[in-house]
Design a protein around this ligand. Structure first.
Ligand code: G3I
Length: 406
């Protein structure tokens, strides 16, 4: 049966089944229509629901038990599993040894990948520049804590121990600290700076580089403003002031060119013995370990051991391995072995507290600007992709972990 209908301005014809079911004009009533029209409305609704449920179940539980093409329908729901990132060094380290990295303040503030890799890989961090005197106290008594606070807050938020670098150095001393002052004035300024900085971060810092690079290459004390004006006692004083300001912080003396058996390392050994004999609270010795490819430190583990024998902790504090450019696969493999070598040296000494890399990505390494012709010194490349060096560290740690799972 057909009839004329009106909707708004539109008009049209509707075809209905015998008992009035409207069907589209283009479609002659079928046997289904006729069947449906004989069924009570409620039963039709129930029936439709049952059919729908059945179809859904079929789709969900899978027609694919040999029913073929339906399978493809289910695929879109399965999210592709994210490609697993590189093994996290921090999860592979033995419990009593930390793996750290120097943190570049600009990258920390501006780069999400930098933050992601830093937090996932390392359980310790050292401020590359944010805690140096020139940055913290640019004018006498005027402190700028912004970069160092941001660094410490990030570490706390990511369960990372903080290694403060550095309270006293011959470099990066602000211009207002000058030679023209009397020793008493200079000593007061130095004490004020150390006490102020250490007190601010009391309880938030695992360790401090109290003094950095106080030795000359021959192992004698480096000629500096501090030595000239205050005499050799300035080192012990700095340790005492830091200890008074935070008795729980581990206090380190840090230097470079001492990571192997060298005259400078011999001089450092003598100095640490003297300082401790004089009662200075020197808890640890930091070995920077800025290594050139092809020039591994002589007997790194034995050197660490002889310092540990003095009753102090030892730490690799600024490890990087600079490559003479261009980079080649062989050089990357050699670099990996050197990184692994220094890790093994630390793990061979019971009181080695940490291995810290001086930056983890080539995109923010200091090497390029300080060693022309060298580069690629870190374990991640400029795109934050792990290099063979990262693999070598992870491999060494995994092997040890599986060898002694407890
Ligand atoms: O932030 C300023 C920027 O505003 C300015 O435009 C730019 C141009 O001069 O300088 C920037 O400051 C630079 C700073 O790094 C931050 O990038 C300083 O000039 C530059 O001297 C400083 O270099 C640092 C160097 O110590 C001197 O403090 C390196 O990043 C840092 O890796 C290096 O680290 C030292 C350790 O503290 C001690 N052991 C050796 C190690 C390598 O030299």
């Amino acid at each position: 049966m057909t009839e004329e209908v009106r909707a708004g301005a539109a008009t049209g014809t509707v075809v209905r089944t015998d008992d009035g079911w409207p069907v589209s004009p283009s479609r002659v009533p079928t046997s289904v229509d006729r069947t449906m029209s004989r069924l009570p409305r409620a039963r039709v609704v129930v029936l439709s629901v049952v059919v729908l449920v059945l179809v859904a179940c079929a789709a969900y539980f899978g027609w694919d038990r040999g029913v073929g093409p339906v399978e493809s329908v289910a695929a879109p729901t399965a999210k592709p599993s994210p490609t697993p990132g590189p093994p996290a060094l921090r999860d592979l380290m033995p419990p009593n040894v930390r793996i750290g990295s120097a943190v570049n303040g600009q990258m920390l503030a501006s780069d999400a990948r930098y933050r992601e890799t830093l937090s996932s890989q390392f359980n310790a961090v050292t401020s590359e520049n944010a805690m140096k005197w020139t940055i913290l106290e640019p004018k006498r008594g005027v402190y700028d804590w912004s970069a160092s606070d941001q660094f410490v807050d990030f570490a706390k938020a990511n369960g990372q121990a903080v290694y403060g670098h550095t309270l006293l150095w011959h470099s990066n001393t602000p211009v207002w600290v000058t030679e023209s002052w009397s020793p008493e004035q200079l000593r007061a300024v130095l004490k004020q700076h150390i006490t102020t900085v250490v007190s601010r971060y009391r309880g938030k810092i695992w360790a401090w580089d109290v003094v950095n690079e106080v030795l000359a290459e021959d192992g004698s004390l480096r000629d500096s403003l501090w030595l000239r004006k205050l005499g050799p006692r300035y080192i012990a004083d700095a340790f005492r002031w830091a200890h008074e300001a935070d008795p729980d912080a581990r206090l380190f003396i840090n230097d470079y060119g001492t990571e192997g058996r060298t005259r400078k390392a011999d001089g450092l050994l003598r100095l640490v013995k003297e300082l401790r004999a004089g009662g200075a609270p020197v808890h640890g010795v930091g070995f920077q370990s800025h290594i050139r490819l092809g020039a591994p430190p002589k007997d790194a583990a034995g050197n660490l051991r002889r310092f540990a024998a003095l009753g102090v902790s030892v730490a690799i504090t600024e490890l990087d391995v600079r490559i003479p450019l261009p980079v080649t696969t062989q050089k990357l493999l050699d670099q990996a072995l050197l990184y692994q070598h220094m890790l093994k040296a630390c793990l061979a000494v019971a009181t080695c507290e940490s291995v810290t890399l001086w930056g983890f990505t080539d995109v923010s390494s200091w090497i390029g600007s300080h060693y022309p012709g060298y580069g690629a010194a870190c374990v991640f490349d400029e795109e934050f992709a792990p290099k063979p060096a990262h693999g070598a560290l992870a491999q060494e740690l995994s092997a040890r972990k599986s060898a002694s799972p407890n």
